[in-house]
Design a protein around this ligand. Structure first.
Ligand code: BTN
Length: 337
């Protein structure tokens, strides 16, 4: 995704190609078709963007470090996807990346919108979602041409792709609390909100938003969520930059979306079996609060092929839930315990 018209992009490519060696300013100028003074100016542009570039008299310039903050250029350079994130929008700030992905109707299928900050982030069940420093908010635009019922599977697939991508990038074992909270050591490291515009028989546009706590400091979470929230860096105690995690996560998300969007029985069952393996809600005594605020208590016995949580009540009847807020009836209790 290098813009051939952009001198800073081409300068960076020339310095990267030199793989740690110095390149004379005169040579860079010849390659880029600009003067040595113009090269020097562009070097300063790159430095201001967080690139470390050493300059030495007679030897020229050497790239010694890249920023580990999210920019379109740095994320694009790490992506190994075919279609997801090939259209990449990186904003310093927006109200909500989900709102942006939904309302900017020109954004095509597969667009990824990432923001540095959100001023009005949206959470599940009408809640607000704060994005303290270190939390990365992003949204994925999907125009899947499929039945609205598939939205539930898209949400579950997102949880699987996130869990797999995070585990690959960080070695952290990630579990899923149905439907789509991602947990590390029992605390939330990411939340997912799927919003959609639908016709009666098809999804016109789905926007899947993720708030991923990469390097959020525990003290920076709002009081209301602090006890249950953590970040990859806080949990692991290791410095964790957003770029490798986000790139890996998007790679895994493309794989799971391919499975769901293919719509075949075999592909769906592959995705669902990955989901069930990671879903720590299954087997526990739970209370599900439905959209109308009614609480249903029972044992979570599984997740069906449509993505519903199956809860067996005291009366022995099993009910499917497609949405709702799940709390453990008695934290840490196994079913029947
Ligand atoms: C939850 O309640 O757990 C879901 C939170 C989803 C938050 C993300 S941040 C990026 C995207 N934009 C939003 O406004 N919300 C989602």
């Amino acid at each position: 995704m290098i813009d051939p018209e952009n001198t800073a992009d081409r300068l960076l490519a020339a310095l990267s190609d030199a793989a740690g060696a110095f390149v004379p300013g005169s040579r860079l100028g010849a390659v880029l078709g600009v003067s040595r003074t113009a090269v020097w100016k562009q070097v300063n542009v790159l430095k201001a963007q967080g690139y470390r570039i050493e300059s030495r008299p007679r030897l020229g310039y050497c790239l010694t470090g890249r920023p580990d903050t999210i920019s379109r250029r740095e994320l694009a350079a790490r992506l190994d996807t075919r279609w997801l994130g090939r259209n990449l929008i990186v904003l310093d700030e927006t109200d909500s990346t989900n709102r942006y992905g939904m309302e900017e109707a020109w954004l095509p299928h597969g667009t990824v919108v990432v923001a540095g900050r959100q001023s009005a982030g949206r959470g599940r069940l009408g809640r607000t979602w704060e994005t303290p420093p270190g939390t990365v908010p992003f949204s994925i635009v999907l125009c899947p041409e499929s039945a609205p019922a598939q939205l539930q599977l898209i949400t579950l697939a997102t949880a699987v792709g996130m869990a797999e991508g995070i585990a690959e990038a960080t070695d952290i074992a990630v579990s899923i609390k149905w439907p789509n909270d991602l947990l590390a050591g029992g605390k939330k490291i990411a939340g997912i909100l799927t919003e959609a515009r639908t016709d009666p028989d098809r999804v016109v546009r789905a926007v899947v938003g993720v708030g991923l706590n990469v390097a959020t400091e525990e003290n920076d979470f709002p009081d209301s969520v602090r006890p249950q929230a953590t970040s990859l860096a806080a949990f692991s105690g290791k410095k964790t930059g957003p770029l490798p995690v986000l790139a890996r996560v998007l790679g895994r998300l493309e794989t799971v979306y391919d499975l769901v969007l293919a719509g075949g029985e075999k592909e769906l069952s592959t995705m669902l079996s990955s989901y069930r393996k990671r879903c720590e809600t299954i087997g526990l005594a739970v209370t599900v609060t439905d959209r109308d605020g009614r609480a249903h208590t029972g044992t979570a016995t599984g997740v069906d092929d449509h993505g519903a949580l199956l809860v067996k009540g005291k009366n022995g009847k099993t009910m499917p839930f497609y949405s709702g807020d799940v709390t453990l009836s008695k934290p840490g209790t196994e079913a029947g315990g």
